[in-house]
Design a protein around this ligand. Structure first.
Ligand code: ATP
Length: 620
């Protein structure tokens, strides 16, 4: 699996790696600019101006000392007070601009994380379904989601710090250059040498995290299992809570050990370079003192230079720290943008014009030599399927587990794209329709349909959101699916909140939920209705009702019904029996029984079991 393998190119960072990792700056800056150009200029402008304050205060210190010396001799205080006024003005300006800048940055932070989350959701909505049945793609999504809400904003702050820090450094070091250029150079070079060690640790941290994507997903899966109503039931009944907890703990312990090792490594590097840095500062400051004693520098100059040296060292080392953290953030953000940049297959985004099929040949749906393998597998789960479903027909699909029934439906509703063969609707290939136009032809209920924690009305109206306002459409869909009996028992009818996640929610039984899900499909003005195993939760009577209604509804439409209950499907216009990806038998119930093949055998088996059961329940 790729998630356990080493990331390509993950060696110690070269200067080029570092530069390359900054390639997302323009995208982040563009996002912020689009948020509000005026705020953007304000924040950057204030940052630039305030970055000059340290250099200004070094110069003011020198001026103050000089003016104090003069005032001691002349007794004139005015110049001293003026310098003080400048100091006060500077401090005031710094505080005001900090408050303004912080506020606008907070606005940006909100906007940026929302915009990125929305881009992620949009991307997920556009990506083909196969990405969601693929572990590797899930890991990509996990890496992209992880910290995506705050890392881009941190990068923005770091961009500000780097620009500001560079201005501060150049302006303060300028003061030192003026006096002794080599001194400024030494102070700049020391932190530079430490930078590559920092970058290396950053890369290592990222690498560890990168390798963890799959395990992190598993961790949150365990967390979900233990905290979500759908799974908690089974966790309790089987008593596997402590087992899941233990697995979670083991992963956490391993992560913790790795993290601790890395933190200690980072601490050692930081300690070493900080000591060297402080040594350099003390050494140069001593030199300044010695020069002052020798009469080369005035006291005022000495104070200014001592301040400038400390400031240069502090700024350059914090600048490098920022670079290091930003490099690391860039690595994470690169995962986010890599996900956002996944190429969408043309089919998933191109909206071809919907062509009216009214005048076209009324041939319904035709499968022509369809064979299918799931992406990344060699095994054919559908083999050479040929099938026609004419307008007004109902088709039942039966067959053992894993025989390919749901896969057939997934291809039909276009969750996967066809590779071999074709599916036609009214004589035109599936490939000539946009995905949306094709899906608009159908109303589908899956085995694992969603129980939306919304009102009953919304649960149904989601099938055709454009009709949500039309109460009659919702009521009709409910009537057709047999959900009216469910709605009648709800305290607020259609406006009752369903599920238990939100206030005043009413929980339904599995079968009741299923009727609501079927109503959702019936909201669509579809040419074809697909019901994938509604018998999973419906009682036999309810299933028969659903099927009869279904047959009624599909008078001029088409219907596909997958079921394991042979007694219900016998009324279908046609039944196909699938085995290992192939259509083994096809015909009406009567013709299949006459043929006495696999269908007939299984039908009789179920019927016999049913009669046995009845006899046991009502002994003579
Ligand atoms: N996403 C997937 N990736 C790879 N193989 C898959 C995937 N989904 C299903 N399969 C395989 O395809 C085969 C057909 O599965 P399918 O779900 O279509 O069967 P089915 O007839 O609907 O079964 P059931 O009656 O149990 O619902 C199975 O062997 C299954 O393991």
């Amino acid at each position: 699996m790729p998630q356990t393998s080493e990331r390509k190119g993950a060696n110690s960072p070269s200067f080029r790696n570092v530069l390359e990792s900054f390639k997302y700056w323009p995208r982040i800056l563009k996002l912020l600019w689009q948020t509000n150009p005026l705020y953007f200029l304000l924040v950057f402008g204030l940052n630039g101006i305030t970055s000059l304050i340290p250099a200004a205060s070094v110069m003011l210190t020198q001026m103050l000392m000089t003016q104090v010396g003069i005032a001691q001799q002349t007794g004139i205080l005015q110049p001293v007070l003026m310098v003080f006024a400048l100091f006060a003005g500077l401090a005031l300006f710094r505080e005001i601009s900090r408050i303004i800048s912080d506020n606008y940055q907070a606005i940006f932070s909100e906007r940026l994380s929302n915009s990125i989350n929305m881009q992620l959701m949009k991307k997920a909505d556009h990506l083909p379904y196969r990405y969601f049945e693929d572990a590797e793609a899930y890991d990509k999504l996990q890496r992209a989601r992880q910290d995506s809400s705050f890392r881009p904003f941190q990068i923005f702050q770091q961009i500000l710090q780097i620009i500001g820090g560079t201005i501060t450094l150049l302006s303060v070091a300028g003061v030192l250059f003026y006096w002794q250029w080599w001194l400024a150079l030494v102070l700049l070079l020391i932190p530079l040498t430490s930078s590559f060690s920092y970058l290396r640790v950053g890369e290592e941290e990222f690498q560890i995290d990168w390798n963890r994507a799959a395990e992190r997903r598993k961790q949150s899966y365990f967390l979900g299992l233990m905290t979500t109503d759908a799974s908690v039931k089974e966790v309790k009944v089987f008593g596997i809570g402590s087992l899941l907890l233990e697995k979670y703990r083991q992963m956490y312990e391993r992560f913790f050990k790795e993290d601790k090792k890395l933190l200690l490594k980072r601490m050692r590097i930081t300690l070493f370079f900080q000591i060297v840095g402080i040594g350099a500062v003390i050494g140069t400051q001593l030199l300044v003192v010695q020069q002052t004693v020798a009469g080369v520098l005035t006291i005022a100059m000495m104070m200014a230079y001592i301040q400038a040296i400390a400031q240069t060292q502090a700024t350059s080392s914090s600048l490098l720290q920022t670079l290091f953290v930003m490099y690391q953030n860039n690595l994470y953000v690169s995962q986010l943008f890599a996900f956002l940049d996944i190429e969408e297959s043309e089919e998933s985004i191109v909206q071809r014009p919907y062509v009216s099929t009214k005048q076209a040949e009324q041939t319904g749906f035709v499968f022509q030599n369809v064979s299918f393998r799931y992406p990344g597998t060699d095994h054919y789960v559908l083999k050479n399927i040929n099938l026609q479903l004419k307008p007004g027909e109902t088709l039942a699909i039966v067959g053992e587990n894993g025989s390919g029934k749901s896969t057939l439906v997934k291809l039909l509703v276009r969750l996967y794209e066809l590779e071999e063969g074709d599916i036609l609707y009214q004589g035109r290939s599936i490939r000539s329709y946009s995905v949306k136009a094709w899906r608009d032809l159908m109303g589908t209920v899956f085995q694992d349909f969603i129980r939306y924690e919304l009102t009953a009305r919304e649960n149904i109206a989601l099938g055709n959101w454009r009709e949500a306002e039309h109460a009659e459409a919702v009521e009709m869909a409910a009537k057709n699916s047999g959900a009216t009996t469910v709605l009648e028992r709800l305290p607020l009818g259609l406006d009752t909140q369903l599920g238990k996640w939100f206030k005043e929610g009413v929980q339904l039984s599995g079968g009741q939920w299923q009727k609501i899900a079927i109503a959702r499909a019936y909201m669509r003005d579809a040419a074809l209705f697909v019901l994938d195993e509604p018998s999973a939760a419906l009682d036999p009577k309810a299933e028969k009702e659903v099927f009869d209604k279904f047959a009624e509804l599909t008078v001029d439409k088409m219907g596909i019904f997958i079921s394991h209950r042979y007694s219900t499907v016998r009324n279908a216009d046609r039944i196909i029996f699938m085995q290992q990806g192939e259509i083994l038998e096809s015909g009406t119930h009567a013709s299949l029984m006459k043929r006495n093949g696999s269908y007939a055998v299984l039908y009789q088996m179920q019927a016999a079991a049913y009669i046995d059961n009845q006899e046991q329940q009502s002994p003579a």
